[in-house]
Design a protein around this ligand. Structure first.
Ligand code: NOJ
Length: 552
């Protein structure tokens, strides 16, 4: 744990705590559950875990609606459990990153409750984005902003007796998630204090929720939606509520707090911004250490888009001296094993090819310079669960869209660990807060452990090679010329060792020059062969939708 630069090329595993491992059998994953599985994470070969929020919360948005930032949801454990988790993780050389939610609180947070009890002009009102409504009787919202979760972005404030006031509060997400006013010094001081509270307990860093949305444009002007809904996590360009220059000042203040510690604590921003150039601004030397790179995630299975995203991201990060990050799945998007699956005319997904592509793109991604995030369960090749029963759904997107948007529950189904019946080892009982598909028995950790060719063993091996290699992680990247839909580059370390990483996006075999490498360190499928023909001599055949790492 000595290396202060660990985050520059780390592999970080995202734990969605309610769905990871349940220690007490109530069907909800918890902190002791995570601690009990640290050996698994250590064997997988990750450097750190990022845990989605486990604070006290009424769970209107899976814990991203916080009532108390210094308390643990009693269903998930206690502060003492978190202390134990940190200690046990550190013992295994695994760093712990928490999730901070500064854009909004829960409407059940004491600060918002104080708003409901007080009048205009009170200190409480100034902590939130509260404005008078428009129209003669103030019955219209202050501007046209929409909620990312469907519907309007403003709700009318009620008086203690339940009658409507003339005022409205902003919520870019659910109406139970009022946006904070980051121009208010008290809000700023409070969050610096919350950072210290957890840093003092020994956590290694924070992922920052909606980092790009905390500051809103002066005057709150209407947004020209121009027929575009604000996409789930806000990639709308130049919206007056995203990516405002004022956010950078907050992160400079936060960086000073992180740097007070030894070793310095780190940040990773959730930053849905319009371009790699805008993204890199968050990683200037006195701001965040890293940010999520969603441009790459949304490139999916398009070689040109992938290559452009890689080039732009690396070039822009070089300017600010920061490492890029790469991620393919998280708790907000459809799992990439399903997202990448070809869909036929009838709308059916070819999940076999989806997993094949997912393994290939994952291996390729692991060879990029910088750090990489893995979302729990992707190492098992879990698909998205699209067909959850309606009554099980919990995502506010489902409710706010009048049951037309199935939202994100399908990537949050509890993990299968072992056995052939529910909850597949998720906990000691058959309960799981979202039902797991019966086919997941075959995908459990137990079923894949030690099985040649299983997705779990494939991830373990790839991460082992990545860690052992000086060429991957840090190191230089140089594209190789290729024919057809093939992406290939050489990674070279300062000590001169090199690895060639190849991604064949074709649905056909491609033949590559033997000079690219005579040894396959690892491939995402069995379809790799070093061949020799009379006419064309030696070459390497790489099967359809397959990635490989080569060395001489
Ligand atoms: C981003 C989080 O990842 C997502 O799950 C949440 O719903 C929104 N921010 C609002 O906090």
């Amino acid at each position: 744990m000595k290396n202060n630069n660990w985050w520059r090329d780390a592999v970080i595993y995202q734990v969605y705590p309610r769905s990871f491992a349940d220690s007490d059998g109530d069907g909800i994953g918890d902190i002791p559950g995570i601690t009990s599985r640290l050996d698994y994470l250590h064997d997988l070969g990750v450097d750190a875990i990022w845990i989605s929020p486990f604070y006290d919360s009424p769970l209107h948005d899976g814990g991203y609606d916080v009532t108390d930032y210094r308390e643990v949801d009693p269903r998930l454990g206690t502060i003492a459990d978190v202390d134990e988790l940190i200690a046990q993780a550190h013992k295994r050389d695994i760093r712990v990153i928490m999730d901070i939610v500064p854009n909004h609180t829960s409407s059940e947070h004491e600060w918002f409750q104080e708003v409901l009890r007080s009048e205009r002009g009170s200190a409480a009102w100034d902590r939130y984005m509260i404005r008078p409504g428009k129209g003669a009787d103030h019955a219209e919202p202050p501007n046209n902003w929409k909620s990312v979760f469907h519907g309007g972005g403003w709700s009318r404030l009620k008086s203690p007796d339940g009658s409507p006031t003339d005022f409205w509060y902003l919520h870019l997400f659910d109406s139970t998630q009022p946006d904070l006013n980051w121009q208010n010094p008290e809000v700023r001081a409070e969050f610096r204090d919350i950072l210290r509270f957890w840093f003092d307990r020994g956590i290694d860093g924070f992922r920052i929720d909606v980092a790009h949305g905390m500051v809103k444009e002066e005057g709150l002007p209407d947004f020209d939606y121009d027929d575009t809904e604000p996409a789930l996590l806000g990639d709308a360009p130049h919206a007056p509520f995203w990516d405002q220059d004022g956010v950078h000042e907050i992160f400079r203040e936060w960086r000073l707090v992180a740097d007070e510690y030894t070793p310095p604590r780190i940040f990773c921003g959730e930053t849905w911004v319009p371009s790699p150039e805008r993204l890199a601004r968050y990683q200037r030397p006195d701001e965040l250490h890293t940010s999520f790179n969603f441009d790459y995630l949304t490139a999916n299975w398009e070689s040109k888009t992938l290559q452009k995203s890689i080039d732009d991201t690396i070039a822009n990060h070089e300017i600010v001296g920061a490492p890029p990050t790469w991620v393919l799945s998280n708790h907000d998007v459809h799992r990439h094993a399903s997202r990448l699956a070809p869909v036929d005319e009838a709308g059916d997904r070819d999940l076999h090819r989806g997993l094949r592509r997912a393994r290939a793109l994952t291996l390729f991604t692991m060879s990029l310079p910088g750090s990489m995030y893995i979302y729990q369960g992707e190492e098992l090749g879990l698909p998205e669960v699209f067909d959850l029963p309606d009554e099980a759904r919990q995502d506010p997107l489902w409710f706010r869209s009048n049951h037309t948007d199935i939202g994100r529950d399908g990537c949050r189904v509890p993990l299968p660990w072992s056995g052939t019946s529910p909850s597949y080892g998720f906990g000691p009982t058959s309960h799981s807060w979202l039902p797991q598909p019966a086919q997941w028995a075959e995908l459990s950790v137990e079923a894949q452990q030690g099985q040649d060719g299983s997705t779990l063993e494939f991830y373990r091996e790839a991460l082992r090679i990545r860690k052992a290699s000086t060429a991957l992680g840090g190191g230089d990247l140089k594209w190789l010329d290729h024919v057809g839909d093939v992406l290939a580059f050489t990674r070279t370390s300062a000590d001169g060792s090199s690895i060639i990483s190849v991604l064949n996006l074709n649905n056909d075999v491609v033949h590559l020059p033997i000079e690219w490498g005579r040894t396959a360190l690892i491939a995402s499928s069995d379809d790799i062969a070093f061949l020799k023909t009379e006419g064309s001599g030696e070459f390497l055949a790489v099967g359809p939708e397959t990635a490989v790492w080569l060395t001489q």
